[in-house]
Design a protein around this ligand. Structure first.
Ligand SMILES: Nc1ncnc2c1ncn2[C@@H]1O[C@H](COP(=O)(O)OP(=O)(O)OP(=O)(O)O)[C@@H](O)[C@H]1O
Ligand SMILES: [Mg+2]
Length: 390
């Protein structure tokens, strides 16, 4: 019989126990309370490395917001999936939901028109609205910013009249195209100025902070930026211990110490490692030796999944750049050090740097320093047979 295992490694998998995010959650609960009272609030952006728990946090916040009567929609930006189509669908669903309320009936047609214009002008694959050529011309717009702003302002006014605030959860924001992002910021800015109860909770890799401020300088005031990091000692212990409590299983202090040492408190690593450890033992008390017995297995699983999917997306040139980064020894490292290791000029390696940032594998920590977006990626690189020491 397969053993029931309460650990849940995997992208966006809700853990059995969400450790260490109490402060973030209680802060946002207050913001939701304000929003429920129709008070316009700042939007929030969470940034952090891969596997640190951004998606599960915003999913938890989604559940809380819904329970407070806020209309929520989740959007995941994918490299290939269109943001415009997704936001238009969400706006339509919202209108459908509140359209029966008498107070909003007179506002619905205008809102639908703005969605129509957005979709017709910027989502060429859409067939939701069948219109004649003449009608199409009537709705056609050249400015995404203007169209999206119209949608946000119109649905914002409906939200206010319907007393149903709105929250869009947008995950993987780093994949948004520059013009989409700047339109989103402008639209949100306008609906905020108008005092409408509409907010965004976004999540993405660390580079999103720069992406947003590069687009519009006022985005720094529009959003609250929050960095999500690995769990501290106490929080990591909670993440390890709580899921197995109901099975009457516990860990010795030494075993806990070792798991934290190896996982560095990264939530995904904790879930993955503990799942393996738990599968490999039948004891009610998990000891240090059980951890030792599972280490190889843990790295095999990480190397062939979590790390490999990222590494496989690298060209030969990308790999040389990454090797040179690892060779710097201490991360983050400067671009000039990387260039020196590669025996190249900074200028000549800049396109590779940009490509790796674009692929979401590295990010600029400070002005000229770079690090991996994937925790412990340097260790994985060193384990690769094609790793070349400079
Ligand atoms: N606070 C937490 N306590 C316990 N486990 C957690 C916590 N946060 C995340 N996890 C676990 O970590 C894993 C990764 O979580 P999640 O997918 O939310 O990370 P992410 O930051 O969104 O990663 P990515 O950048 O790759 O999308 C999941 O298996 C999840 O169950
Ligand atoms: Mg995620």
């Amino acid at each position: 019989m397969t053993k029931i295992n309460p650990y849940r490694p995997g992208a966006g998998m809700k853990p059995m126990y969400l450790a260490g995010r109490e402060d973030e959650i209680s802060e946002v609960k207050q913001i939701f309370d304000a929003l429920s009272m129709q008070i316009p609030v700042q939007s929030i952006i969470y940034s952090g490395l891969r596997g640190v728990g951004k998606t599960v946090l915003i999913n938890e916040l989604y559940t809380i917001a819904e329970s407070k009567g806020i209309f929520c929609r989740h959007i995941e930006i994918e490299e290939k999936q269109d943001f415009i189509a997704q936001i238009a669908t969400c706006a339509q669903t919202f209108l459908r939901e509140v359209s029966m309320k008498n107070r909003v009936k007179h506002l619905i047609a205008k809102s639908i028109d703005s969605i129509k214009s957005l979709v017709i002008s910027f989502d060429p694959n859409d067939s939701t609205f069948s219109l004649s050529l003449q009608e199409r011309d009537l709705y056609k717009s050249n400015s995404l910013t203007q169209s999206l702003t119209d949608v946000f302002v119109n649905i914002g006014s409906v939200a206010l009249a319907a007393e149903t605030p709105l929250c869009f959860f947008i995950d993987e924001i780093q994949y948004m195209k520059s013009h989409e992002l700047s339109s989103l910021i402008a639209a949100l800015h306008r609906s905020n100025q108008m005092g409408y109860p509409l907010m965004v909770i976004g999540a993405g890799l660390p580079k999103i902070y720069k992406m947003l401020s590069d687009e519009k300088s006022y985005s720094e005031r529009l959003f609250m930026y929050k960095e999500i990091g690995s769990l501290n000692n106490e929080q990591a212990i909670d993440a390890i211990v709580y899921p197995v409590k109901r099975f009457n299983v516990s860990y010795t202090d030494k075993a806990l110490e070792k798991i934290i040492d190896i996982t560095k408190g990264y939530p995904y690593f904790i879930q993955q490692f503990c799942q393996i450890i738990y599968n490999n033992t039948d004891n009610n008390t998990i000891v240090e030796k059980d951890i030792d017995n599972s280490i190889n297995n843990f790295f095999e699983v990480l190397d062939s999944g979590f790390f490999k999917v990222r590494y496989e997306r690298c060209s030969e040139l990308d790999k040389k750049f990454i090797f040179a980064m690892v060779h710097c020894g201490k991360l983050p490292c400067t671009i000039s050090n990387i260039a020196m290791n590669m025996n190249k000029t900074v200028k000549s390696i800049s396109p590779t740097r940009a490509q790796l940032i674009n692929k979401g594998l590295i990010y600029a920590v400070r002005h000229s320093e770079l690090d991996f977006t994937v925790p412990e990626f340097d260790g994985f690189i060193k384990r690769q047979s094609d790793f070349i020491e400079y």
